[in-house]
Design a protein around this ligand. Structure first.
Ligand SMILES: [Zn+2]
Length: 461
């Protein structure tokens, strides 16, 4: 049983082989904390949470680090606007991020390092780069010399022209090559700053991830993750620094994993288009499990289209799961090892969630069609194992059905009452009334299905 992952470095799907199977290392670039995160950030976080869960099922120990960028020019500017210290400002959004992640059902990473708590490590890493001839100090800045690293561009597969065009490279007098990027920059008195061998200043963005990786995970990590938007320049720069800062032969990261972006109803999400979705808003409006499931259904390397239709499909699958949870109460289920399921086998293939969820859907269909209690119990056991593994179906079934009805829809109690009345009508051979109830429910978007256990129902939307 082994995991295959698409490695951006080689452009190939590869068998994942950790350096040390007793401690697998995973690093994912976290948020810059100056506002609430959007649904696209939520997608990325849910995808890496799934990868973390898969690794945890395969290996005895996984060390997963995800950072907080808590010093950055955007944070500095926003904190200044509000007249508070950056630590106060960042703290507010780090707490909000933690709340959003918990609500989305993501497990906590093993380590959550913050940039401002690693200034000493950042300085040490920059000093090593200077000493080894890969960086130079000029005009209060320290810059990485891209000419000193032959493989620069290898990860994002760009040539110098593409890179200059893509990064809106700042041409500055103190740079030897316009592509050279900032490791350290000077801070004026009104900006946050720390003492360093190059004067009072603050780190550039890229260096923090490398310094934190070296400190917490080691010189070479197994998996480095992030969005495709980080491929260049952030990850290209991380790779350059991380390869050049020490003598290690294993490279900076063995596998680079990148998740694709998210569109809204076929359009790029942007504040100017008015289709910007803040994750915490939608988590308040909809059941968090619905958002989680919807975010996981697209393959992480495919662009995802967030749409009403997607929410509708995801709700329909969750309705099926909760119908099984509610109506299969009396069935005797057994513990199933998730690694024995077809669902998990599909995840092992580069986290193929579309296939895995199709499998889950099929299991629910088989449950509803099953002819014996033994068969139903076996299917329910498997479905529960999968749902627990991915972190859904964790609510009380009744709460789920009641929670999904808006004010204009029939409540679960009202539906149950009508179904009871329908049973009574049938027993009294009042088939006209029984049919009338079925039609009334259908008009409300409630589909019903008669089984030997009684009548199952689900909502259309
Ligand atoms: Zn990073």
């Amino acid at each position: 049983m082994s995991l295959k992952l698409h490695n951006s470095l080689t452009g190939q799907k590869e068998h994942f082989e950790p350096q040390n199977p007793d401690n697998v290392t995973l690093y994912v670039c976290g948020p810059t904390v100056y506002n609430y995160i959007h649904i696209g950030n939520g997608r990325s976080a849910a995808n890496y949470d799934l990868l973390f869960r898969v690794l945890n099922a395969l290996y005895p120990k996984v060390t997963y680090a995800r950072n907080f960028t808590d010093v950055d020019d955007k944070i500095n500017a926003a904190a200044k606007d509000e007249g508070v210290d950056i630590s106060v400002f960042a703290e507010k959004y780090m707490q909000a991020y933690d709340e959003d992640m918990a609500k989305l059902g993501n497990l906590e990473p093993t380590i959550v390092p913050r940039a401002t708590e690693h200034i000493g490590d950042i300085i040490t890493t920059i000093e090593a780069l200077i000493e080894r001839g890969h960086a130079y100090a000029a005009d209060g800045h320290v810059l990485f010399a891209v000419d000193s690293f032959d493989d620069y561009g290898k990860l994002s597969k760009r040539n110098t022209e593409d890179m200059i065009a893509g990064a809106r490279v700042e041409v500055a007098s103190y740079k030897k090559n316009p592509m050279d990027f900032v490791l350290w920059k000077p801070s004026s008195d009104d900006l946050p700053g720390w003492d360093s061998p190059w004067g009072r200043g603050r780190p550039g963005w890229h260096i923090e991830c490398t310094a934190m990786i070296q400190k917490h995970l080691g010189e070479t990590i197994d998996i480095h993750g992030g969005g495709t938007d980080l491929l260049f320049p952030h990850h290209e720069n991380e790779l350059a620094q991380g390869t050049c800062c020490s003598d290690h032969s294993g490279g900076y990261a063995k596998y680079w994993v990148h998740n694709a972006m998210l569109d809204i109803e076929g359009e790029k999400m942007s504040k100017s288009l008015g289709n910007f979705i803040v994750l915490r808003d939608i988590l308040n409006e909809q059941p968090p499990e619905l958002i989680r499931l919807a975010l996981l259904t697209a393959h992480y390397r495919s662009n995802m289209n967030w749409s009403e239709q997607l929410l509708h499909q995801s709700r329909s699958l969750l309705d099926r799961l909760y119908t099984i949870k509610r109506d299969g109460d009396a069935l005797i289920t057994t513990d199933i090892d998730i690694r024995d399921t077809e669902f998990f086998a599909m995840l092992l293939d580069d986290l193929n969630t579309p296939k895995a969820f199709a499998n889950l859907h099929e299991l629910t269909t088989r449950f509803f069609k099953a002819e014996s209690d033994d068969e139903r119990a076996a299917l329910k056991s498997e479905i529960h194992a999968i749902a627990d593994f991915i972190g859904v179906m964790q609510m009380d079934a009744q709460a789920w059905f009641q929670g999904t009805s808006d004010d204009s829809a029939l409540s679960a109690d009202a539906i149950e009452a009508l179904l009871e009345e329908r049973v009574a009508a049938k027993e009294a051979k009042d088939f006209a009334r029984a049919d009338e109830i079925r039609d009334q429910l259908a008009a409300e978007g409630i589909q019903i299905k008669d089984t030997r256990e009684g009548t199952l129902w689900s909502r259309d939307s």
